[in-house]
Design a protein around this ligand. Structure first.
Ligand SMILES: C[S@@+](CC[C@H](N)C(=O)[O-])C[C@H]1O[C@@H](n2cnc3c(N)ncnc32)[C@H](O)[C@@H]1O
Length: 465
C-alpha cells in the first residue's frame, strides 16, 4: 500500500469548537464527545441521488455522520447540513449548482432562511472522526505532520523534531483508526548503515516487526527492523518488471527481500538475486518460494537462485559466468542487471568492465547481447548541487567514467523515480552496456585518458564488503 498523507482539516465549520484537546499527549476518546446542531433540509427522495453531490458541500465534512436521515414521510429525506456552511452557500455553490437544486425542488436560493429549517441535535463521538480530523484536533495548530508508509501491519512515520513529543499519541490514534495496523514506528535516524535498514522507535502497539506485505498481488515477508523495505518504491519495482519478458536473464545485485526478483521470476524470467544482508537473503529465498509455491518454476533450480555476497563478487562470480554461458548457447533475449543501492550503485559500475574478459573472446563478444543495467542513484540539486540539469549531466558523466568510456551519454537514460528530501531525488539510470565493454581487457578510452581514469577509479573504489 502506498503512503497515506495526513492533511490538515480545512473545513470552514465551527462545529468542533467545543473540543479542547489540542496539545494533549494522552488519547482520551471521551474528549471528542459533543453535540452539534445541524439544519435539516427536506429533499424529495426521488431527487436525492442527483443532488447529493451538491448537498455534500454543505454537510459537516470533519466527521463521518449519517447526513441523510428519514424525513416526515416516505417521499422525503432530510439532509443534515452545517449551518455555517449553509449560510455561506452562495459562495460555496456555483450558480449552476444552486439552480440545479432549485430545479429538483430543493430551494437553497437567496430566499432560503436557514433558521426556518428544523434544527436537529446530533451526538458526535471519537468514532465519527477520521484519522486526519482527530490528529488535526490533537496537534498544535500549523503542525506539519509528514505522511506515513504502511508495511504489512506496521505504520511507519518519519516524524519531524517538533512532532516527537506527540509521537506516542499519534501512534495510539493510528492504531485506533486503522484496523489493519498493529504496530506504529518512527524512523529514528537517517539510513546510513550497510544493509539500509534503520533504527526504529516503537510509538504504539506490538513490538513485532516481522510482517507480511503485499505488493502488486505478491507477498513479501520481512523483518522491518532488520532489512530494507520501502513501500514507496512499489511503482518503480513494477515499472522495471514491466520491461522484462519471459525467458530474460535477470541479475539483481542488491535484491533486498525480492521486490524486483520475485515478480521477475513470476513473469517467467531466469533470476539470479543477491543481497549482502544475511537476513534479507533468508527472506529473499523464502519470498521466492512463497510466491512461486504453486509454480513449476521454483523446482527448476536453473531458473532461480539467491546469493548472499557482495555485489562486486556477484558480478564477477555469478553474472559473468552465467552471461558467458548464455552467449555460448546463442541466447538472444534481454540480459538485465538491477542495482538498487542508490548511494553506491554508480560507483560499483566499474565491476562490469572486463568482467567476462577471460570467458569471452572479443570476436564472440561482437555478436553477444548487451546488458541492460538499471542503476539507481541519488541526485542532489538546487542549493546543494547546482541546477537539476547540471546535476543530471554530472551523473551521466560519472556513469561514463565508471564504465571507463565504454558507453556514451546516448547509451544512458535517466529517469526521475521519487523525491527523497528537499533538493535530493532518486533517479534510475538505464544503461545499455555493450558486450565489448564486458569483454574488454582494459579501459576502453584512448590510453592517455585511460591511465588517468584507472588511477582515479582505483582510489575511488568503494569499500563494499
Ligand atoms: C536500497 S536497498 C534495495 C533493496 C531492494 N532491491 C528494493 O528495491 O527494495 C539496498 C540493498 O542492498 C543491500 N546491500 C548493501 N550493500 C551491498 C553490497 N555491497 N552488495 C550487495 N548488496 C548490498 C542492502 O542489504 C539492501 O538490501
Amino acid at each position: 500500500m502506498a503512503s497515506s498523507p495526513i492533511g490538515t482539516c480545512t473545513t470552514a465549520s465551527s462545529l468542533t469548537q467545543s473540543i479542547s484537546c489540542v496539545g494533549c499527549t494522552e488519547l482520551v476518546k471521551s474528549d471528542f464527545n459533543h453535540t452539534v446542531q445541524l439544519k435539516a433540509l427536506p429533499v424529495p427522495t426521488a431527487k436525492l441521488k442527483s443532488c447529493i453531490g451538491t448537498l455534500k458541500k454543505l454537510m459537516p465534512s470533519f466527521v463521518k455522520l449519517a447526513s441523510i436521515v428519514e424525513g416526515p414521510d416516505a417521499g422525503t429525506k432530510l439532509a443534515l447540513m452545517d449551518p455555517k456552511l449553509l449560510d455561506r452557500r452562495q459562495s460555496l455553490l456555483n450558480q449552476a449548482e444552486l439552480a440545479h437544486l432549485a430545479e429538483f425542488g430543493v430551494n437553497l436560493g437567496d430566499k432560503l432562511q436557514a433558521d426556518q429549517l428544523e434544527t436537529r441535535t446530533v451526538a458526535v463521538t471519537y468514532e465519527h472522526y477520521s484519522l486526519s480530523a482527530v490528529l488535526d484536533r490533537l496537534l498544535p495548530p500549523n503542525t506539519q505532520l509528514s505522511s506515513f508508509s504502511v508495511v504489512g501491519h506496521i505504520a511507519h512515520f518519519n516524524l519531524k523534531e517538533e512532532v516527537l513529543p506527540y509521537g506516542q499519541l499519534i501512534g495510539q490514534v493510528v492504531i485506533s483508526k486503522l484496523p489493519n495496523i498493529r504496530t506504529v514506528v518512527n524512523k529514528r535516524s537517517q539510513i546510513n548503515n550497510e544493509y539500509r535498514n534503520f533504527e526504529l522507535e516503537l510509538l504504539a502497539g506490538e513490538p513485532n516487526y516481522v510482517t507480511l506485505h503485499k505488493e502488486y498481488g505478491l507477498e513479501f515477508e520481512l523483518d522491518f527492523s532488520k532489512v530494507y523495505w520501502n513501500s514507496r518504491l512499489s511503482t518503480e519495482h513494477h515499472r522495471v518488471v514491466e520491461k522484462l519478458r519471459p525467458g530474460d536473464l535477470v541479475f539483481d545485485l542488491c535484491a533486498g527481500v525480492g521486490p524486483f526478483a520475485v515478480p521477475a521470476l513470476k513473469l517467467g524470467a531466469t533470476v539470479f538475486a543477491n543481497d549482502l544482508n544475511p537476513t534479507a537473503h533468508s527472506y529473499l529465498e523464502a519470498n521466492l518460494r512463497r510466491n512461486l509455491r504453486k509454480s513449476q518454476l521454483i523446482s527448476q533450480p536453473e531458473l532461480v537462485k539467491a546469493f548472499n555476497m557482495d555485489a562486486r563478487e556477484f558480478v564477477a562470480g555469478v553474472l559473468a559466468p552465467r552471461y558467458a554461458e548464455a552467449v555460448a548457447s546463442g541466447f538472444e533475449q534481454q540480459v538485465v542487471a538491477i542495482a538498487n543501492l542508490p548511494g553506491m550503485a554508480v560507483d560499483l559500475l566499474d565491476c562490469f568492465v572486463g568482467c567476462v574478459k577471460e570467458l569471452l573472446t572479443p570476436e564472440v563478444a561482437k555478436s553477444a547481447p548487451p546488458v541492460r543495467i538499471f542503476a539507481y542513484s541519488f541526485l542532489r540539486h538546487g542549493d546543494t548541487g547546482g541546477s537539476r540539469g547540471e546535476a543530471e549531466a554530472a551523473l551521466i558523466g560519472r556513469i561514463c567514467d565508471r564504465l571507463a568510456g565504454g558507453v556514451q551519454p546516448c547509451d544512458i537514460r535517466l529517469r526521475f523515480v521519487r523525491d527523497v528530501a528537499t533538493n535530493k531525488d532518486m533517479y534510475c539510470a538505464e544503461i545499455r552496456c555493450p558486450a565489448s565493454l564486458l569483454a574488454a581487457s582494459s579501459c576502453c578510452r584512448p590510453s592517455a585518458v585511460c591511465d588517468g581514469i584507472d588511477d582515479q577509479t582505483a582510489s575511488k573504489k568503494p569499500r563494499l564488503a
